[in-house]
Ligand binder design. Structure first.
Ligand code: ZN
Length: 281
């Protein structure tokens, strides 16, 4: 009995000693692991924050995942290789409801008094694009909410591919004058209007169309036997057989991306040709 008691005591002492050793390890360890944990938590938080801001982008990415696994894989590896640079890019691509100051700016211009498209159906897009000078530029677009995620994803991929787009400004900066915007080679989307002599709202009027590098890719049609070119200063770019920069054709990345997201190209129309124009139903 005594001996047993002694053994129990010895065992207890050993256990206590073990506990002390383990405890000291646990004390040292928790410090280390808590640091690690908080680092991970910070990272997770910043990722979550980023996710929140770019949820629109993410959705589009997911959509694209289904169509094009290879490209997404490549994108992910780029993200891992250059997380910081990438997140700056990600933050610059976002979708928001039309901010008050932008809506103010649109009044009587792209958002005319007779506009039948509710403000809630439109979205403001902030993007980056590669200018003709090889420098990164900021761009703004207003589109229908139905295509906002697609357009954001397309512009992000155009930027990543360093596809040159000269200007992406709201048409309101040209007083919603389409000709002025096009002749300045501005790329834009929403501009409320009815199709001439009808009560049908044009695709741009619905925010369901985007025009890219408009000077190099004019809208060409024959009216009363006469060739009409919009913008008027785009005569040099009417003949599409020649090779010149910024020409949208079937081999062009813009064409490939927009059509991949379900848009149709005005260059494929039969009665007229609108080489700058991509629209969705
Ligand atoms: Zn157009």
């Amino acid at each position: 009995m005594k001996k047993q008691k002694g053994m129990i005591i010895t065992a207890a002492v050993l256990l206590a000693a073990a506990a002390v050793v383990t405890g000291s390890r646990l004390i040292r360890h928790p410090e280390k692991s808590s640091t690690k944990k908080s680092e991970v938590a910070d990272q997770e938080n910043s990722e979550k924050e980023q996710d929140h801001r770019t949820s629109g982008t993410e959705l589009s990415e997911k959509k694209q995942n289904m169509n094009e696994p290879d490209h997404t894989q490549k994108e992910q590896s780029v993200e891992n290789a250059d997380r910081t640079g990438k997140s700056i890019t990600e933050e610059a691509f976002y979708i928001s409801k039309i901010p008050d100051d932008i809506f103010e700016k649109m009044q009587g211009k792209s958002y005319k008094a007779d506009c039948t498209v509710p403000r809630e159906d439109l979205r403001y897009l902030h993007v980056l694009h590669m200018g003709f000078d090889g420098q990164t530029k900021e761009g703004e677009l207003v589109v229908n909410k139905a295509i906002a995620e697609d357009v954001l994803a397309i512009f992000r991929q155009l930027y990543e591919a360093e596809y040159p787009i000269e200007k992406v400004r709201l048409v309101d900066e040209y007083d919603a004058d389409d000709e002025a915007s096009m002749s300045d080679n501005n790329s834009s989307a929403f501009n409320f209007r009815f199709i001439s002599h009808t009560t049908t709202i044009s695709k741009h009027g619905l925010g369901m169309a985007v025009d890219i590098n408009t000077l190099y890719n004019p809208y060409v049609k024959t009216v009363n036997g006469k060739l009409s070119i919009e913008p008027a200063n785009a005569e040099a770019y009417v003949d599409r057989s020649g090779d010149f920069p910024h020409k949208i054709d079937h081999d062009d990345l813009c064409y490939k991306l927009f059509t991949r997201y379900g848009f149709t190209w005005g260059g494929d129309w039969t009665h007229s040709k609108d080489y700058q124009h991509f629209e969705k139903d």
